[in-house]
Design a binder for this molecule. Structure first.
Ligand code: FE2
Length: 440
């Protein structure tokens, strides 16, 4: 396999420029805040992105020396909130406790970027048989890692007060559109390719390998994601007050956290609003609802349906009467006509607006406009092997507590749009850009 060094450098620089643009959206006072308590403060991520790239490619794979061992450790793991008395990056003069000043973070990031780019231009990136550099694994690991983190940043930014964000010119959400009616589409029995053989595509994460093809029985799936309009029926009918629809552990969460509606919804003066990235807007009824797996499952049960399995999603999205395809719409490269992904929108758009992206069966928005929850517990395919460049990437989450999401959201980079890409979260994590549709 030949590697195109200038393409790799261009991708790295594109990632870095986008990350910088995302950090530039924030007012300075947000820098040490922690918009989601389960995540690190924002400062961590500005060091983590270049730090991970430097650690993985330059230090671990190519054995070059550290820039600053303490900062590298800090930005690899962060500071455990339970050990907040422990020394952090000592001597760096942090503005906030143990976190370094922004100037220190930037100086570290600049040097890490310089060395990564230098390595991409002239390092021995592809070494057959090398645990981290066979097929240039570490290179693609760092490139996809940064792209994925940009989505994490955005859903964190989503939770910040509006006054801590600088509104870009293109920030007006397209909230119009009438909600499409619910419609079931029958999908005939057939096979679905879940995993790819190692080494058969340019890069795949460890959880996408090895090859796995399954036979999927016939089922029916909804043409559209469940919209806010349809989810409102569940809320209005008392769905959040009836344990019949919830798994026991999810019901405990509903009660304990007093959950009564999707996190992206807010109630003011008897009216529902959507908390967008930059605005609170009257609830757009035609948009897909964003909810946790727990809420999606409860809704499906209330409807007398269920969530699709990962295999069913795969069949609905990539299957066709003539065999499987690279994208729901076929083998053409993804464009904005096919769906809402690749940072083309700060918020979702109305369901039914991208018929050009429909799958062979006519199922719409499978890739884009929000990840799609499945009923499948995240786990390894038979023959799984943790990848050397990022051994904890998947294996740390094979705990039976995480569920697979497929597809893509508004903030999923186009480089990640491939059939075998898998995402996963805990059932009661309500922050992500995730929607769902029912199956039966
Ligand atoms: Fe990371």
């Amino acid at each position: 396999m030949g590697i195109d060094r200038s393409a790799l450098v261009a991708w790295y620089k594109k990632n870095r420029a986008r990350s910088r643009a995302l950090f530039d959206l924030l007012a300075e006072e947000a820098y040490y805040s922690q918009p989601i308590s389960l995540r690190h403060p924002i400062v961590f991520y500005e060091g983590h992105l270049p730090g991970f790239s430097f650690n993985t490619l330059v230090k671990k794979a190519l054995g070059r020396p550290s820039i600053d061992a303490q900062l590298e450790t800090l930005f690899a793991r962060g500071i455990d909130p339970h050990e907040s008395g422990a020394a952090g990056a000592g001597g760096t003069g942090g503005a906030h406790g143990e976190w370094p000043s922004r100037q220190v973070v930037h100086r570290f990031a600049d040097e890490a970027d310089r060395q990564v780019i230098d390595t991409l231009f002239s390092g021995d990136l592809e070494q057959p048989g090398h645990p981290l550099l066979d097929r240039a694994e570490a290179v693609f690991t760092i490139l996809e890692h940064e792209a994925m983190h940009q989505e994490t940043l955005l859903y964190m930014w989503h939770r910040l007060p509006f006054e801590q964000k600088r509104r870009p010119v293109d920030s007006t959400p397209s909230a119009g559109g009438s909600p499409p009616p619910a419609e079931w589409i029958p999908i005939p029995a057939g096979c679905a390719t879940m995993g790819v053989p190692r080494g058969s595509i340019r890069f795949a994460w460890d959880n996408e390998c090895p090859a796995l093809v399954v036979e999927v029985p016939a089922f029916a799936i909804e043409r559209h994601d469940v919209t806010n309009e349809r989810f409102l029926e569940f809320v209005d009918s008392g769905g959040y007050r009836d344990p019949a629809w919830w798994r026991a552990e999810d019901w405990a969460w509903v009660q304990h956290d007093v959950v009564a509606h999707p996190l992206f919804w807010e109630r003011q003066d008897g009216r529902w609003y959507w908390r967008g990235m930059f605005d609170l807007i009257p609830l757009p009824l035609a948009w897909p609802v964003y909810v946790s797996h727990a809420e999606a499952s409860a809704y499906a049960r209330w409807r007398g349906a269920r969530l699709p399995t990962e295999e069913e999603f795969q069949r609905a999205a990539f299957g066709s009467p003539a065999g499987e395809r690279a994208h729901p719409w076929g083998d053409a490269e993804p464009t904005a006509a096919h769906g809402v992904f690749d940072f083309s929108s700060w918020d979702p758009q109305a369901a039914g607006r991208h018929p050009a992206g429909a799958s062979a069966w006519g199922v719409e928005d499978l890739v884009g406009n929000g990840w799609e929850w499945t009923s499948t517990t995240f786990g390894p395919f038979p023959g799984f092997r943790a990848m050397a460049s990022y051994p904890e990437y998947s294996a740390d989450f094979f705990d039976g507590e995480h569920f697979v999401m497929k597809g893509a959201s508004t903030a999923t980079a186009r480089e990640l749009l491939r059939p075998t890409f898998r995402n996963w979260f805990r059932a009661r994590y309500p922050y992500v850009y995730a929607t769902f549709r029912c199956a039966r």
